[in-house]
Ligand binder design. Structure first.
Ligand code: HEM
Length: 288
């Protein structure tokens, strides 16, 4: 029975493994690893036949389907003699008349590394911030803008994907009408112009907020990311300050009472928080 320690495992091509398909030399491939089951196949609890049938082939799917317990997986390492490569490192060296280069493991470039998700998120943020600014958000790309400063400030505790999501949410016009769904007595923000009221009615009748905003020139995102982030931070009021029956007094500017888990807060920009507030609607209603 071969017992090859991980460091001694060798690279094999599929072409090499195919040749080992007889009872006197029986290899199988599972999960890109090569197993020598020559001695084991006669003792295989599932019978020697299945292993003979899979000799020289990739048995990953067949073994996974047949094995119902973790015992086979725990035993398999004893029979592992190597791993699959496309081209043998020795062959590469011989072709160039160079000494063979010993590969340590299968090429890591093929497998996405855990860091690649972080890189993806970073590039996502880059693409959001480097794109042309949208209407009403001209400070989005300015390096000295309050947004850039807020980003620097929030860098540590705000994952890049979260920032990207918030920015995406802010770069589309949102109508305040949805807030009425929340049935909050404390919602003070009302349409301030005829155009806004008209756009609001349009949204209620089924047209999209974006379409309604397009028809109303004065309906556009009026605050920058920074302003909203700062307001959200400064408006957060600890639950201990909140009367359990009556909600806290709204700030002079008015706004929407929101409940983030155990914290009540006022926000002057309902559209930013309405999604979160929706999740906590039941809580909010209880205090309404
Ligand atoms: C080194 C490789 C392998 C080892 C160490 C191994 C080990 C085992 C063990 C320990 C069992 C008993 C299952 C249990 O008690 O839970 C088993 C069952 C079985 N194995 Fe494997 N096996 C290997 C490869 C394969 C391959 C490649 C196939 C598929 C073609 C296969 C098919 C089966 C089948 C059909 C059973 C019977 C399952 C049952 O009766 O429920 N085995 N194997």
């Amino acid at each position: 029975m071969p017992l090859v320690m991980p460091a001694q495992r060798k690279p094999y091509t599929v072409e090499e493994v195919i040749k080992h398909n007889t009872p006197s030399s029986l290899w199988v491939i599972m999960n890109r690893k090569v197993y020598d089951v020559t001695a084991f196949h006669k003792k295989h609890p599932g019978g020697p036949g299945v292993l003979l049938q899979m000799g020289g082939k990739d048995a990953t799917a067949a073994a996974a389907a047949a094995h119902k317990s973790i015992l086979p997986a725990n035993l398999m390492w004893e029979f592992c003699i190597g791993y699959i490569v496309r081209t043998k490192p020795q062959e590469e060296g011989q072709a160039d008349n160079k000494p063979p280069v010993q590969k340590k493991a299968p090429s890591p470039a093929k497998e996405p590394s855990p860091r690649s998700h972080v890189e993806k998120a970073k590039s996502e943020v880059k693409s959001v911030t480097s794109s042309a600014p949208l209407d009403g958000l001209s400070d989005v790309t300015d390096a000295d803008s309050p947004l850039a400063k807020a980003r620097a400030k929030n860098k540590r505790r705000s994952p890049p994907s979260f920032l990207a999501d918030v920015e995406r949410m802010l770069t589309r016009p949102v109508m305040p009408t949805k807030c009425q769904d929340m049935n909050l007595q404390h919602q003070k923000q009302k349409p301030t112009s005829n155009a806004q009221a008209q756009a609001e009615r349009g949204a209620e009748e089924g047209s999209s907020p974006e379409a309604a905003a397009a028809e109303s020139p004065d309906m556009k995102p009026e605050r920058s990311f920074t302003t909203i982030m700062e307001e959200m931070e400064s408006d957060i009021m600890p639950m201990s300050d909140v009367d359990a029956v009556t909600a806290p007094e709204p700030p002079p500017s008015g706004g929407l009472l929101c409940f983030f888990s155990s914290t009540a807060c006022w926000s002057g920009r309902p559209s930013v928080v309405q999604q979160v507030a929706h999740d906590d609607k039941a809580v909010a209603d209880g205090f309404g």
